[in-house]
Design a binder for this molecule. Structure first.
Ligand SMILES: [Fe+2]
Length: 279
């Protein structure tokens, strides 16, 4: 088992809408040794590696994110001194990491299945970060459990239903091709924030589209993200796409949840459009 059984009970009480703290047992796993991660960075296709300077403000303009001038391998190998942040994406492309991801998801599967049906798009990400580096303010489209393996992280999250923080327009832009996950940040959001401190052995369930930013502690940080999609996350994405399309036609769709029957019709239409596009 990757997670402590008692923390799975806590997840069960909160999934899918509310963040939950968990404990895991992977801190000494050999797949998180720097040499093994360096080999993974070398083996993954370029499109599966994203890295940049970790010395960033919370509200980083994605167009202006500075690079660190190194290769992915050098970035991982010298992470203690190069002030960088790197994410190794879709680690399931390597069979050892695929098995690790599946072992984590197997623990969660009974809870997820009961609440949100089958888990699909099962993807794993590993974040390797220099001391004090910042992941700017953003949101992600999937159900996510972040497992802290090495070093410490302060994970600051915000309500995912606040129109002040993320407007409906911004949600819709997120699902348009080319929309970046980074969000503009304002100091006044601070009163709505909750900061969860994560040490090795801690994990955090982050609900779909929860805005957050992350600050690494005084040592190198290594974290694993295990993610999945469900009929709930799919429906949210389809509704935002449908509403974005209507807004582009000059209409003003109701806020999600304000007209449930109409939302269901919009989700159905977006699903159908996606299927026709694929055909
Ligand atoms: Fe994130």
């Amino acid at each position: 088992m990757a997670f402590d059984p008692s923390s799975l009970a806590a997840l069960s009480a909160r999934y899918p809408a509310v963040p939950a703290r968990l404990r895991h047992r992977l801190t000494d796993h050999p797949l998180f040794a720097i040499e093994r991660l360096t080999a993974l960075a070398r083996a993954l296709p370029q499109t599966s590696v994203e890295y940049n300077s970790g010395d960033l403000p919370i509200g980083q303009d994605p167009e202006k994110t500075p690079m660190n001038g190194l290769t992915p391998e050098e970035t991982v190998r010298r992470i203690a001194e190069n002030k960088s942040w790197i994410v190794l994406k879709n680690i399931e492309q390597d069979k050892d990491y695929a098995a690790l991801l599946e072992s984590c998801l197997a623990d969660v599967a009974p809870i997820a299945k009961t609440a949100t049906g089958d888990m699909h798009m099962r993807e794993g990400f590993i974040f390797v970060s220099s001391p004090s580096s910042v992941t700017p303010f953003h949101m992600d489209p999937e159900h996510n459990i972040l497992l802290q393996i090495k070093g410490a992280k302060d994970f600051t999250l915000f309500p995912n239903d606040s129109e002040t923080i993320v407007s409906d327009d911004a949600h819709e832009a997120f699902h348009r091709a080319g929309g970046h996950r980074n969000l503009p940040y304002k100091k006044e959001y601070e009163s709505l924030a909750e900061t969860i401190d994560l040490a090795p052995g801690d994990a955090l369930y982050v609900p779909v589209k929860t805005p957050h930013w992350v600050k690494v502690g005084p040592e190198v940080s290594i974290s694993l993200s295990v993610t999945w999609r469900s009929k709930v996350s799919d429906a949210e994405a389809h509704l935002r796409r449908a509403n974005g399309w209507l807004r582009a036609q000059g209409r003003t769709p109701p806020r999600p949840g304000a007209a449930p029957l109409r939302d269901r019709a919009a989700i159905f239409a977006s699903r159908l459009a996606a299927r026709l596009n694929r055909a």
